[in-house]
Structures are given as structure tokens and as C-alpha cells.
Design a binder for this molecule. Structure first.
Ligand code: HOZ
Length: 432
């Protein structure tokens, strides 16, 4: 039995000085019960908490640690950059190099602007799309999460739905009115919105593989269908690749599915674990951004030298080592195959969705292809499953409405341990 009294004490203490005791809501474990674990270190596939417990990590900082924790290639680059100052607030060679690298890796990106988080990237991207088109409205999909910008906290996934506030108080009616929503994978609904708002839609933004309502894959033809609606109507198609970028392939979901958006947003892996985001796209759109154009967007710490060093090291490694993606695919496929075998043995038939190294189990027997079908999952069973896995030293995302991220540090032996833990945890979770 894993105990965590120090984490419990820290969590109690944290409630006095931090809202809800955490700096990002999902971390509070509210959807699964119990106390969050306070981490002190991590190496390779493992995280270690304040109580000295070790966990196999399947969140990997929500994606960035694709090589596992404390990857030497990234740590060395950061260590080398630190003595040269933590920040300049002036341009650097590294910013040019990372921009060139991103352009060379992401199929649709011709120019890119670095920011400090995925949220900043998506907020900036829709401002640019609005500036470029001269239109106000955007379409987003129910259950997709694009960070916590006002325009996106409408039918939002991730922590918003985990805590039951998919439409957050504090977002003005005016802002909400400019965000139209459609069910994921439903082209007819998108077409109907476009028809009803002729000439008013600036952008359609989506996660090309949705990972914030659990993992939901794009149906065949969905991304292509959006591409042609956008082409016909002069709408900017934005792929939010904050989670999928550099993970599902070196060129993200757009490379995997062969569909080019007009703009892309990125984060997570792009910073190698440092707080970095970016948005980019076609030259003519990105040249609207100040100082090249009139759409204002800025950041004192944007392009921070330490963050750029980490991101550059990570992206360079991924570009030069395509075998990482083959390994991630094999590892993740084995994990899911093991889960499926377990379910067969236990007479269960829950839904598992997977693309590459991202996957989710939903506690429903029905296929999950949008927000409503994702919400059919029995979250009470999920909570029990999560805690049963935690007790067996496996750290999963503490919400049904998140995805798991596999790292290249997961060995075959760890896959076996994971599959065994899954068997026992499933048994425990369904017993109630
Ligand atoms: N779904 C979020 C990452 N895209 C979870 C991380 C967080 O909100 O803290």
C-alpha cells in the first residue's frame, strides 16, 4: 500500500495560500478523489514524490517529456545556456535556429512566432486569424480545449469539464457570442454554422486529434472536410497541435493525416519541458503580426534563451531520431493490446482510443467519437481505476477527460508491469 502523508500535509498547507492548493485545477485530484502527490524529482520513466514513492509516469508533464524525464540531451543544452544569462529581452541566434527548425518539421508552417504557453499561442492565433480575415466569429468543437483564453472556455474539455465548468463564469456574453460550437467529427453541423453565419467566420480551430475529452480520433474525411469548407469560405483553419505536435510524428498530426491547416499552435514538446508555446502558418497570414503587420502580440520572455535551448535540443533530437516514433508506436500498441487482453479475461468491453503514443480508456462499451459519447463514460469507475493504478505505482492523468502520453523511456519490462497493474486495477474498479 502506497502512503503519502507528506503530500497530504503539503496539500493541506497549500490550501491556505494557493486557490484549491494547486496551480492548475486538474492536479487537485478532485475528479478522482484522494490527495495529489507532491513531486520532488523524476528520471526516465519514473517520478518520485515527497514521501519517497516511485511512480511509472504516463502523463509526462502532459506531453513534453516524450523522451522520459531529465533527458540528458535537453538537460545538457539547458546547463550550457544558463551561464550566459537567463533572459535578454533581445533577439538571439537560437530564436532564428528554432524558427527554421520548426518550419522544416511542420508541413504547413512558413513563419512562426514563439510565445510562453499553449494558451498564449491559441489566443494569439485567433487574433491573427480575425485580423487577417476582418471577421469576428470562430468555430470550436465541443470538448476541445485550447487553453484558458476567454474565447475557448465554451463547451471546453480538460480541467473545465473535469470540474464541471465547461462554460466558465467570467467570460463575457459578448466574447461567448463570437464562439460557435459544433460536435467533434460532425461536418454537417460545421457546414450549418458556416451557412448561418456567412462571411462572419474568421477561423475554425480544433485539436486534429482531440486529447482533452479523453482521446478522440478524427473520423475518416473529417479533417479533409474542414479543409475544403475553409477553402470555399475563406476561413482560416487552425490546428491546435499543442499536444499532438512533434508527438504523433515529427510533423505532428498534420503530417500523420496529410492535411495542411492555415495556422498551427504548438506547445509542450516544443519547450522540452520549459514553458514555451508557438503559433505559425502561411506567410501571408503570419505577416499580419506586429511588427511586420498591424495585429499586436508581444512578450517580454518570449524566445527566452533557456527555453529555446531546451526546445532546440528536444526538436533536433526528434528530427534526427525518427526511430523514437517507431518505438513509441510499438510500446503504446503493446500497452493497449495488453489492456484489451485483460478486458477479455475479465469479461469487460470498455472503449480504448489510441493514436500513436496518446491513448485513453473510457468506461463505456459504446464507441467514443465526440464530447457526448465521451461523457457516457462512468467517471466513478474511472476514479476507482485511477486510484487503484496509483496504489500500484502507476501515475495516470487524474481525470477521465485527459489523455495519457507514453514516453520513449517506457521499456518492455515496464509495459508488462503496467499491463499487470491494469488487470488488477480493472478488477478492483468494476467491483465498486
Ligand atoms: N489538458 C491539459 C493539458 N492540455 C491538462 C494540464 C492542465 O490543465 O494542467
Amino acid at each position: 500500500m502506497i502512503h503519502a502523508p507528506i503530500s497530504e500535509e503539503l496539500f493541506q498547507r497549500a490550501q491556505h495560500s494557493i486557490p484549491g492548493g494547486v496551480n492548475s485545477p486538474v492536479r487537485a485530484f478532485r475528479a478522482v478523489g484522494g490527495n495529489p502527490r507532491f513531486m520532488v524529482s523524476a528520471k526516465g520513466p519514473y517520478m518520485f514524490d515527497e514521501d519517497g514513492n516511485r511512480y511509472i509516469d504516463l502523463i509526462n508533464s502532459w506531453g513534453p517529456m516524450i523522451l522520459g524525464h531529465a533527458a540528458e540531451v535537453v538537460n545538457e543544452a539547458v546547463a550550457k545556456a544558463i551561464p550566459n544569462s537567463l533572459s535578454f529581452g533581445a533577439p538571439t541566434r537560437k530564436e532564428v535556429e528554432i524558427a527554421e527548425l520548426i518550419v522544416s518539421m511542420m508541413p504547413s508552417i512558413e513563419k512562426v512566432r514563439m510565445v510562453n504557453s499553449g494558451t498564449e499561442a491559441t489566443m494569439s492565433a485567433i487574433r491573427v486569424a480575425r485580423g487577417f480575415t476582418g471577421r469576428d466569429k470562430i468555430i470550436k468543437f465541443e470538448g476541445c480545449y485550447h487553453g484558458h483564453g476567454d474565447s475557448f472556455l465554451i463547451s471546453a474539455g480538460s480541467g473545465a469539464i473535469t470540474l464541471g465548468v465547461p462554460d466558465s463564469p467570467g467570460v463575457t456574453k459578448g466574447t461567448a457570442n463570437d464562439t460557435l460550437t459544433a460536435p467533434y467529427n460532425n461536418l454537417e453541423a460545421v457546414q450549418a454554422l458556416v451557412d448561418a453565419n456567412k462571411g462572419q467566420i474568421a477561423a475554425i480551430i480544433l485539436e486534429p486529434v482531440a486529447g482533452n475529452m479523453g482521446l478522440v480520433t478524427p473520423a475518416e474525411g473529417f479533417l479533409q472536410g474542414l479543409r475544403s469548407i475553409c477553402d470555399k469560405e475563406g476561413i482560416v483553419l487552425i490546428f491546435d497541435e499543442v499536444m499532438t505536435g512533434f508527438r504523433l510524428s515529427a510533423g505532428g498530426a498534420q503530417q500523420l493525416y496529410g492535411v495542411k491547416p492555415d495556422m498551427s499552435t504548438m506547445g509542450k514538446i516544443i519547450g522540452g519541458g520549459m514553458p514555451v508555446g508557438a503559433y505559425g502558418g502561411k506567410k501571408e497570414i503570419m505577416d499580419c503580426v506586429a511588427p511586420a503587420g498591424p495585429v499586436y502580440q508581444a512578450g517580454t520572455l518570449s524566445g527566452n534563451p533557456i527555453a529555446m535551448a531546451a526546445g532546440m535540443a528536444m526538436l533536433t533530437y526528434l528530427k534526427e531520431h525518427p526511430e523514437v516514433y517507431t518505438q513509441l508506436e510499438q510500446t503504446s500498441a503493446s500497452m493497449v493490446a495488453g489492456m484489451q487482453q485483460n478486458m477479455q479475461q475479465l469479461g469487460l468491453n470498455y472503449t480504448i482510443n489510441r493514436v500513436g503514443s496518446m491513448f485513453s480508456i473510457f468506461f463505456t462499451e459504446q464507441p467514443v467519437y465526440d464530447f457526448d459519447t465521451a461523457k457516457a463514460s462512468d467517471t466513478a469507475v474511472f476514479g476507482r481505476y485511477f486510484n487503484a493504478m496509483l496504489q500500484r505505482g502507476v501515475y495516470l492523468a487524474p481525470s477521465q477527460y485527459e489523455t495519457l502520453f507514453v514516453s520513449a523511456a517506457i521499456t518492455n519490462e515496464l509495459v508488462e508491469q503496467y499491463v499487470q497493474a491494469n488487470f488488477e486495477a480493472l478488477q478492483e474498479a468494476v467491483q465498486g
